[in-house]
Design a protein around this ligand. Structure first.
Ligand SMILES: O=C(O)CCC(=O)C(=O)O
Length: 409
């Protein structure tokens, strides 16, 4: 086969040109004449036109609810980002070029994703002549904040009754067969230790200089504030370096910055190379639905909620407290009635309002402190509350089997 281009296998540049031309026709049908005109000028090297095209597409993305945006406009946004990036990069503005590409990756549609990734790779492959920042390359995330507190201190921070009921069962060297028969099929949580010891991430992600080097100039979405159910909570787009600085200087809860549930490993290939998909995630056949990063300072809280998928939660750096309630008690956990939040509980476990939510205080749960290097299996629909006890970097693997649960493996 040898990668030779022929009619059935056109060269990538041609494919990309065809995709772009088809997209312009689609945007014209949508009435986006001004966008098409600006995009054409941008392609001819006009930076102001590229900025204008990006602005027009951005407005379309924010013209109504996200799920009602015409998909072609997301692709158009990605195309405008590609133009902006090419022209900024040509003018020597590496960081603006990377920011434009990341915005295209995060907010844009899938059509030009290969072009965005290729453009990032080209920029990242070039040596950077910046002064080495900080020069304390041996400084580890864990040495700063990830050791965390001892048990007595931890108990002061945790919700009432924590670690007083049943603790999540823990084992090492769990075979896939036993995982399936004893936990996956029965819907029982389990902690598996030792399994991710060989991941390069276990050491590399403690090194701030490593993280800065491979991801520092990349733009990522973060959550700022106590948690997503609070009114002062917001989302921001900042560089990974800015995020790392906020982690190191984390102070009051209103400024807590959490890189939460973000598909960081689709965006930054080098980080993806530091981890491996655990075999357990193939239980039941089916496909990995998503692979998300959860990176933040001590004190981040993900309030009580449940998800529809199987979840293998890898605690790569630092430690977290995790409380679990089975799906069978859902009604007693007072889920929100609005459909957007119906997988979240109205109960704030850190300050339970017993008058409003009388059933919760005496309900049984199981909990644990998930230590660095451990994997926690959370079955579908199990409610979970998560609090970081140190600087913490976790990865969640969500998957859904395609075969009925009786015939797995
Ligand atoms: O680590 C966290 O803060 C929350 C993780 C979580 O909710 C999940 O993996 O589903």
């Amino acid at each position: 086969m040898g990668g030779q281009a022929d009619e059935l296998n056109p060269p990538p540049a041609l494919v990309s040109e065809e995709r772009r031309a088809a997209l312009m026709r689609r945007i014209t049908e949508e009435g986006g004449f001004a966008f098409v005109s600006s995009a054409e000028k941008a392609a001819a090297g006009d930076l102001r036109a590229a900025d204008a095209a990006r602005e027009m597409a951005w407005e379309q993305l924010h013209s109504g609810p996200w799920n009602e945006v015409v998909p072609a406009w997301r692709d158009a946004y990605a195309m405008a980002c590609l133009h902006v990036a090419a022209l900024r990069d040509g003018a020597g503005d590496r960081s603006e070029a990377l920011r434009a590409l990341d915005m295209g990756i995060i907010m844009g549609g899938p059509l030009l994703r290969p072009d965005l990734d290729a453009a990032v790779q080209r920029i990242m492959a070039r040596p950077v002549t910046k002064e080495s920042e900080g020069r304390n390359s041996e400084r580890m995330v864990s040495e700063e904040h990830s050791k965390g507190l001892d048990l007595a201190d931890v108990l002061h921070i945790l919700p009432n009754k924590s670690l007083s009921c049943k603790i999540v069962e823990k084992c090492s060297s769990l075979s896939l067969e036993r995982f399936v028969s004893d936990y996956f099929l029965r819907g029982c949580p389990i902690i598996i230790s030792g399994y991710i010891d060989g991941w390069p991430a276990r050491t590399k992600w403690k090194d701030i200089e490593y993280l800065k080097r491979i991801a520092g100039d990349r733009t990522v979405p973060v959550e700022v504030g106590k948690n997503y159910l609070c009114s002062e909570w917001k989302q921001e787009l900042i560089t990974f370096s800015q995020f790392l600085e906020r982690i190191v200087s984390a102070d009051c809860p209103s400024k807590l910055t959490y890189l939460a549930q973000h598909p960081l490993f689709d965006q930054i290939q080098e980080l993806r190379n530091d981890i491996m998909i655990p075999d357990y995630c193939f239980a039941g056949g089916g496909e990995l639905q998503s692979l998300n990063a959860w990176f933040g300072p001590p004190g981040t809280v993900t309030p009580l909620h449940h998800d529809p998928h199987h979840n293998l939660f890898a605690q790569v750096v630092g430690r977290k407290y995790i409380r679990l309630y089975p799906s069978s008690v859902s009604e007693e956990l007072y889920p929100y009635s609005e459909s957007m939040l119906s997988n979240s509980s109205q109960v704030d476990l850190d300050h339970i309002d017993v008058k409003q939510f009388p059933k919760v205080e005496n309900m049984d749960f199981i909990d644990c402190i998930l230590e660095e290097g451990e994997l926690l299996y959370i079955p579908p629909k199990w409610w979970h509350y998560v609090r970081s006890l140190s600087t913490s970097f976790s990865v969640s693997f969500w998957w859904s089997p395609t075969v009925p649960p009786t015939s797995v493996l």
